[in-house]
Design a protein around this ligand. Structure first.
Ligand code: TYD
Length: 134
């Protein structure tokens, strides 16, 4: 299965402008417990972690940025630059965000509340966890 899973979000654009509506467990495959957004990144890369048990959908609602996804076996890059498109990240995947445009606003929907214990922030630890799960 490809590491990059893009979802076309329900879009109701008309002459008045754009409108995207996201329904938990309908347009996306999980119930949303949390959302956060990243902006004013000052060109700094972020992420550099994996999650043990979390589904997320990342939407670049303004501007663009580049994700690097890595499942320990393969690595893929994907540029997000469409507010109507969401990147689904699930399973044991190391993620990095790079090349934020000045105006980038990255919205992330998450299936669980924030839990630092769910993070793997060390790449060597991530690789060990991947090997244990194989
Ligand atoms: P961090 O995980 O470093 O962000 P990124 O994934 O973009 O690299 O999070 C930065 C800080 O924000 C850190 O102190 C944890 C806090 N935080 C929350 O409290 N709740 C959240 O939902 C998130 C994503 C982060």
């Amino acid at each position: 299965m490809s590491l990059v899973h893009l979802i076309d979000l329900p879009s109701f654009a008309d002459e008045r402008g754009g409108l995207v509506a996201i329904e938990s467990e309908q347009s996306i495959p999980f119930a949303v417990k949390r959302l956060y957004y990243i902006f004013n990144t000052n060109h700094q890369a972020r992420g550099f972690h994996a999650h043990l048990n979390l589904q997320q959908l990342a939407i670049c609602i303004k501007g663009h940025c580049r994700f690097v996804l890595d499942n320990g076996i393969e690595k893929q890059d994907v540029v997000l630059n469409e507010p109507t498109q969401g990147l689904l990240i699930e399973g044991l995947v190391w993620r990095e965000m790079h090349d934020f445009s000045e105006d980038c606003v990255l919205l992330v929907l998450a299936s669980e509340h924030y839990d630092e214990a769910d993070y793997i922030r060390d790449y060597a630890q991530f690789m060990l966890t991947v090997q244990k799960r194989e």
